[in-house]
Design a protein around this ligand. Structure first.
Ligand code: 2AM
Ligand code: CA
Length: 259
């Protein structure tokens, strides 16, 4: 696995340089499927093509699941799960707080997770049973916090969505936690739970490329995650995800605020 790890970390570094070179350029921005908040730019597509092309050249038997569909989904022994820019809205408007997210799964088990905060130049790399590094320095396991001490990342869209579907009442949650934030990049937020910067992430609209790398990192650092419905699905279906610093606070969240 070490060869693949060295390979992908070097490749993501190249993709990071590509994005930084284009951050101030004029590029086309499209909306996906009529959803004003779901953006795709020429940069997303060209970075994905770059990553896929180089992985195919090095590992021709491996399969892919990618956000921008530049390669068909293929169920192989090794599958690379790629989001070239996670947080495209942030990339376009804020010029920061977005990430490249690449994971490698072997027979549906996460092996490598790489999340690169492009502008802050933070490369978080998790390898199954080998721990996590931040810019090549080992990261310690998360320190458990209580719900009262927890900073929770959840979007307004998720709060409203869960309420409308009658699944959860997260408005009620606000007085039981320390505070909440919403960053706009799921991958980066999962990495931040691993780094101890925040303690919980809740979303009801994620696809596998948003969290595949993050889950490898969280698992290695003793953090916890859970899906309300299905386990991880290896296609383009949207799902919910709860990720947290520890299992106790996630159980408390579900017990007190989910219906
Ligand atoms: P993306 O930027 O790669 O699309 C914030 O909205 C987070 O949720 C981002 O990680 C974003 O990933 C993801 N996301 C998932 N579904 C989304 C949707 N329908 N619209 C916007 N963002 C979505
Ligand atoms: Ca994306």
């Amino acid at each position: 696995m070490n060869n693949r790890k060295e390979f992908i970390v070097a490749l993501v570094r190249e993709a990071q340089a590509m994005i930084l070179a284009k951050i101030d350029a004029n590029y086309n921005v499209d909306i996906k499927g009529g959803n004003q908040s779901d953006l795709v730019t020429e940069v997303d597509v060209s970075v994905e093509e770059f990553l896929v092309g180089r992985i195919q050249a090095a590992y021709p038997n491996d399969g892919f699941i990618t956000e921008e569909n530049t390669v068909p989904i293929e169920d192989k022994e090794y599958v690379w799960i790629i989001d070239p820019i996670d947080g495209t809205m942030n990339f376009v408007y804020m010029l920061r707080d977005f990430a490249i997210s690449v994971a490698l799964y072997h027979n549906k088990v996460g092996q490598i997770g790489v999340i690169c905060d492009v502008v802050n130049d933070e490369m978080i790399v998790g390898v199954l049973n080998e721990g996590v590094t931040l810019n090549d320095k080992p990261v310690k396991n998360v320190q458990p916090v209580t719900l009262r001490e927890a900073i929770v990342d959840v979007s307004l869209r998720t709060i409203v969505g869960l309420e409308k579907k009658g699944i959860a009442d997260l408005t009620k949650m606000s007085s039981s936690i320390l505070s909440h934030r919403n960053m706009g990049s799921a991958a980066l937020r999962l990495a931040h739970i691993g780094l101890g910067r925040i303690h919980m992430y809740i979303s009801d609209t994620l696809c596998i490329w948003d969290f595949a790398a993050g889950l490898v990192i969280l698992n290695e650092l003793g953090a916890y995650h859970n899906f309300l419905e299905d386990e991880i699905v290896f296609d383009a279906k949207r799902t919910d995800l709860l990720a947290s610093n520890n299992k106790t606070i996630l159980d408390e969240l579900k017990e007190n605020f989910y219906i």
